[in-house]
Design a protein around this ligand. Structure first.
Ligand SMILES: [Zn+2]
Length: 106
């Protein structure tokens, strides 16, 4: 099974990967996006130039209607996710995505 669920936290290399599942508002096709939290995030500063955390802004496109979705995710300084939003789509569970794959790949 190539979509084996990652259990637990730990310090394995897998913990640096954040899996996003977003469904397009228009065609409802779910998309899976991998984020490397050690490479893909941008450090943000406040007006006193203190690091306040990280931000990820990502454009996501589904393979059906090809509309762009814009995800924005905030992290604290330890790269832990604190907030997320997506324009043009909604975040869905991994199970929704797996279901989609199961019904489209026969
Ligand atoms: Zn779409």
């Amino acid at each position: 099974m190539w979509l084996r669920r990652l259990l637990g936290g730990g310090n394995s290399n897998d913990s640096r990967v954040l899996h996003l599942y977003v469904a397009c508002n228009h065609c409802h096709t779910p998309v899976h996006v991998r984020v490397d939290v050690y490479n893909d995030l941008t450090l943000e500063y406040d007006d006193r130039e203190q690091a306040v955390g990280y931000v990820l802004r990502k454009e996501i496109m589904d393979a059906r209607c090809f509309r762009l979705m814009h995800a924005e995710i905030l992290f604290d300084t330890t790269r832990r996710e604190t907030w997320r939003t997506v324009e043009g789509g909604v975040f869905v569970d991994e199970s929704v995505y797996n279901q989609h794959i199961a019904t489209t790949q026969k």
